[in-house]
Design a protein around this ligand. Structure first.
Ligand code: MG
Length: 252
């Protein structure tokens, strides 16, 4: 069942999601050669504590991190630790925060130092595919319109869409109905209504779409070990246009 949030619930989600996005941006700003993913994780935990929120991923099915940090060929669910970021890496940071009973979930992929043009295109296209999907999150459209917008944008640029992991409804729980694939035909699936809240999160690969999971049981990598990018926003379906909830506060 897809939960439709009432206005006071949306207000609470706006607060939670804004805090989530503000922390994500601060952590992403620290991505640089020589920094470990564990250091980024500790910083996220510190910021979440200061924001009086709870890290949604920490302890989730036993996950040990406060963020997911996925480098290069790692698609999602990278476990933060001793991996040192190098010049030329791309790093996906995914962060979820619970605040006042609601969850925000957002991700960004950033470059450390200089990266090849093709990798930059991968980042740009993945971000554009998220933006195209968000444009479809309008009352009266179908869920498949969101999925199809991601697929069309990414594949038109010659990249491939991860099929094994998907976006999701979000609200009081991090994962609510429906699942939101990043591929599929437009015009199908449930009709969207204002007040539905979704975490839309395209995962786009430079090479093949197939994935593998590393021995840690978490880290999802591309089968061909070519790089992958991941962007995510928590959004509310609107009557005229979607509202992005995971908007960061302006820097002080
Ligand atoms: Mg998510």
């Amino acid at each position: 069942m897809i939960v439709i949030k009432k206005e006071h619930e949306l207000d609470a989600m706006r607060v939670a999601a804004r805090k989530t996005a503000t922390i994500l941006r601060a952590v992403a700003d620290r991505v640089a050669p020589g920094v470990t993913t564990g250091e980024l994780d500790a910083y996220a935990a510190e910021l979440a504590k200061a924001a009086e929120g709870r890290c949604a991923f920490y302890g989730y099915h036993g996950f040990s991190g406060h963020i997911c940090a996925s480098v290069n060929e790692e698609i999602v669910h990278g476990v933060p630790g001793g991996r040192m970021i190098r010049d030329g890496d791309i790093v996906s940071i995914d962060f979820g925060l619970v605040y006042d009973g609601f969850v925000g979930d957002t991700a960004i992929t950033v470059a450390a130092g200089s990266i090849p043009l093709e990798w930059q295109q991968l980042l740009d296209v993945t971000k554009a595919s998220l933006e195209a999907a968000i444009e479809q999150a309008v009352e009266g459209n179908r869920l498949g319109d969101i999925s199809n917008a991601v697929q069309r944008t990414a594949e038109a640029a010659g990249f491939s869409i991860v099929r094994d992991f998907v976006g999701h409804g979000i609200g009081r729980e991090m994962h609510e109905d429906p699942q939101i694939p990043n591929f599929g035909p437009a015009g199908q699936g449930p009709v969207l209504k204002a007040g539905m809240t979704f975490a839309i999160e395209p995962m786009v690969n430079l090479g093949v779409h197939q994935t593998e999971i590393l021995e840690d049981g978490w880290t999802v990598v591309t089968k061909d070990r070519l790089p992958s990018a991941h962007f995510e926003h928590t959004v509310a379906v609107g009557k005229e246009q979607a509202e992005i909830l995971t908007v960061a506060d302006k820097p002080v």
